[in-house]
Design a protein around this ligand. Sequence first.
Ligand code: GCU
Length: 614
Amino acid sequence: MSEKIYRAWLPFLDADVPETCKTPAEAAEYELEAGCAALKLPEPRLEADPAMGEGYVVSGGDGGTVITGGEPGLLYGVYAFLMAKAAGEDVPAGLQRPFYGLRMLNCWDNADGTIERGYSGRSLWFEGGRLAWDGARIRQLGRLLASVGVNVLCVNNVNVRAEAELLIEDYLDELARLAAAFRPFGVRLMVSIDFSRPLAHGVGTADPLDEGVRRWWKQRADAVWRAVPDLAGFLVKADSEHRPGPFTYGRSHADGANMLAEAVAPHGGVLVWRAFVYNCQQDWRDTATDRPMAAYDTYAPLDGQFADNVILQVKHGPFDFQVREPVSPTLYAMPRTRLALELQLAQEYTGHQIDLYAMNPMWRELAEELPPEKVCAVAAVSNLGRDANYTGHPFAAANLYGYGRYAWQPRVSPREVLRRWARLTYALPEGQQDALVEMLMGSRGVYEKYIAPLGLCWMVCPGVHYGPSPCGYEYDAWGTYHRANRDAVGIDRTAKGTGYAAQYPAQIRDKYESLETCPDNLKLFFHRLRYDYVMADGRTLIQRIYDDHFEGCAEAEAMAQTLQTLSLPAEDGEEARLRMEKQLANARQWRDVVNTFFHRLSGVDDARGRKIYD
Ligand code: GCU
């Protein structure tokens, strides 16, 4: 057992879930007893109703409280009951069921123990080329995931390197043991696979239409499911950022996905195929190619061609997890395809789990733009790691908690989610708790103000993706250009420009095409504007850029002051304050670098005479 179990938003459950709990039903009994003892509550009766699956009902009456649920619904019901009681709130009434059947976390963990875009330490289950883990920590994580209903964990990086080939026989025993460790929590494993893998095993090709390749994948799938019978499926990144894929053989992504889908179908598996395809070797002088158009161009024509057990996983925006992107047009364009929405809890472009960035408000905006019914599943790149608190910044746990809540009910109120998380995690006086919640509610807006302006995206330091570098990606091959010169900035993506906006349904297209209706925060995503362009509020574009950057930085300073007023537990308080100091340095640097960049280009001074370095 670990020295200390980090309890996150379940502080009332301090004992380790015993290894003897093998099923969600056993975990439900254990957790209910432990939780009720800690909270000094009479213990409700548990009633299993297998037909309810993931659903549950908590009902009260003269005979006492009864929690009825399926597998793992009963366990979800237990956590819902305990968390509501611990927070002093009402237990949700009536039948509770998740909105999405698949609520996935994608871990970008490598076999050597590193994590791609990981900001909270090393992998929780890989080390030295093998699967290896601390059982108590895994059980605690399983508990956290189940308490918010996350039900699938893809354990290895989408960029599969040869050494992390989890499908080889050596790994299957370990994978089976890891699956068993998560099973009591209703969390099923998934693995990322490498499309070209048959080549490494003497099958002379990876062509998805080749009989030998099809046979090889079927045998692989059979072996994997023999070891882990409840594996959720395979996840694939193909023809993306130098990964192999069907294009090599002149085949479509439907050919590639369907071939793998056939291999996993007899086992009830899903084949999750990522739609992150674009030209990452673009010549920056090529203005005809517009990266955000790539996924739609590749996939929309394939609508209706994917097998029933294929899920196409699409990033929320057309670029790559930027702070402010419009919703990916691919998500509106494929009514006959099962789609998963891909989010990113790992704060790759959103502050590295150093800068505060609460995501539920962003997902809420997304749910307003894209009806949640348009997709059938959600996935999020994990923010987990081996740090004692799992997420590096103690407040980054709010994103993990909030993701589970969002996946369960995408229309949930972000403020309610953050309030519940804060109430469960920290016993703060009411006023302080409100201050923490409001600080988190506003954190994305603050970050957005001091980074690249008004939907322009990028401008980050290449590679690390933290800190400012206005031209870091400008003359590069990644298709991420802002094309700022002395007169104007941005790319025209309307019909007069690249035509990207036409990928949307007409109403959305029209909103973005017109400068009058395009929201300010996306103006530079859709339009190329002169610095003297006058915004709706009367400010020029250049003045708005300066104002946002000064304001964003001042607001970060105000957050630092708020943080000082919170009586957090010592460890979390110190960690949060240390990270806030780094955030302040980052915010100031962004402010100065971005303001100087545009000042030099435009030659326009700040109307309010604030300090801009020359
Ligand atoms: C980004 C990120 C990569 C990652 C990729 C992906 O480009 O920087 O690290 O591999 O997204 O989503 O596959």
